[in-house]
Design a protein around this ligand. Structure first.
Ligand code: PLP
Length: 374
């Protein structure tokens, strides 16, 4: 039986040729490819400046540093890969974790407004799984608070015609292979402010203002020329990648109500489009985490790789010092009962049918037998 993979990057001969070209040139770091890639991503996201770095996590840490965040609290939604909260801790601040909206799976304006305290120094607004947050409403709810957009998952998504990656003082992208375009590892900070762009460039490069002039201690978080050359090819593929991902997601959405009744999916705010970075489904109560894990195992037995959806950061040992709310009913439900279905450009119609059939069979059997956990 063949297996439908959960994720698979879209890579071709063009990426190999671009990397080979750089290798032949002998110029492997801080050259023309990185500069061209930064310009191209900034343009695509409607920003004046792009600063390429080694990962999305590095981008978040640098964004906080150039905004002068060294303490106090940084507001962010509770559901995420832990990078935004880890970045806050790394600069000396305390993540303040907000429960998420049960339909959109991002924190909304009310959540941010409620979470604000006298210690709030910044907010990280995440476009989780490529679904845009309600950026305008959140910015209006947080007057005077610098906002970072975590668009790690969201290149190719839009809100009110504006690209994700264009919101906040600084926005951060990831180029990890699970994202819609990849350079292996990699990330970018995007901004419209020339002073922030300069500060980001200095900070990612050993704190050097110009060659050999070190202004302050800084890490080396540069992207290589090989990665940037690959990124340029990937960026050229972005529209086609998103189109294919949307076709798969549309097929899932059309079939789910009949083939797997009762499973919830992520809602899209009005005026938004999504790049379909992750397709999540959530089991209804009283099904619980053990049922979700059993469903993943049952799908695996049917040749389909599904995965757990995300993390409720308030439960992670690395974030024991975070400021938490009294309860996280929505984050806990999403993380305990959510799973990601395979979604990538290499899936053909047969793969889509195999995923839907496996889900229908496994979920149907579970509905018949009832929950093992509650
Ligand atoms: C919302 C979010 N922010 C940040 C990151 C970190 O990106 P990277 O893996 O490139 O460090 C991720 C990665 O999964 C993410 O999902």
């Amino acid at each position: 039986m063949r297996t439908v993979r959960l994720a698979s990057p879209e890579l071709g001969d063009e990426e190999q040729a671009a990397i080979a070209r750089v290798l032949r040139s002998g110029m492997l770091v801080q050259g023309r490819e990185v500069e061209a890639f930064e310009r191209a991503v900034a343009e695509r996201c409607g920003r004046a400046f792009g600063v390429a770095v080694s990962s999305g996590t590095a981008a978040l840490e640098l964004a906080l540093r150039v905004l002068g965040i060294e303490g106090g609290e940084v507001l962010m939604p509770d559901v995420s890969w832990p990078s935004p909260a880890h970045a806050a801790c790394l600069v000396g601040a305390t993540p303040a974790l907000l429960d998420v909206h049960p339909g959109e799976w991002n924190a909304g304006a009310l959540d941010f407004a409620r979470g604000r305290s006298a210690s709030t120094r910044a907010a990280v607004v995440i476009d989780q799984f490529g679904v845009p947050s309600r950026h305008r409403e959140i910015a209006a709810a947080l007057p005077g608070i610098p906002i970072i957009e975590d668009a790690a998952c969201a290149i190719g998504s839009t809100l009110d015609g504006r690209p994700c990656g264009s919101f906040g003082l600084v926005s951060c992208l990831s180029l990890h292979p699970r994202k819609v375009i990849t350079t292996g590892e990699g990330g970018l900070c995007l901004t419209d402010d020339p002073r922030l762009a300069d500060a980001l460039r200095i900070l990612r490069n050993h704190g050097q203002v110009t060659a050999g002039v070190f202004e302050r201690p800084g890490p080396n978080l540069r992207l290589t020329e090989m990665q940037a050359a690959m990124g340029l090819v990937q960026l050229g593929r972005l529209d086609a990648i998103v189109e294919r991902r949307r076709a798969v997601a549309t097929a899932y959405r059309a079939a789910l109500p009949d083939q797997a009744p009762g499973l919830a999916t992520q809602a899209l705010p009005e005026g938004a489009t999504r790049n379909e970075q992750t397709f999540g489904v959530v089991l209804p109560p009283p099904f619980g985490a053990a049922d979700r894990d059993a469903l993943i195992a049952a799908m695996k037995a049917r040749g389909v790789e599904a995965g757990r959806l995300s993390y409720a950061m308030h439960t992670l040992p690395s974030l024991h010092a975070a400021r938490t709310e009294a309860a996280y009913p929505h984050a806990d439900a999403l993380v305990a009962r959510g799973l990601a279905l395979p979604l990538h450009t290499r899936m053909d119609d047969e793969d889509v049918a195999q995923v839907l059939q496996a889900l229908a069979d496994a979920w149907g059997a579970m509905l018949d037998s009832g929950p093992v956990s509650s």
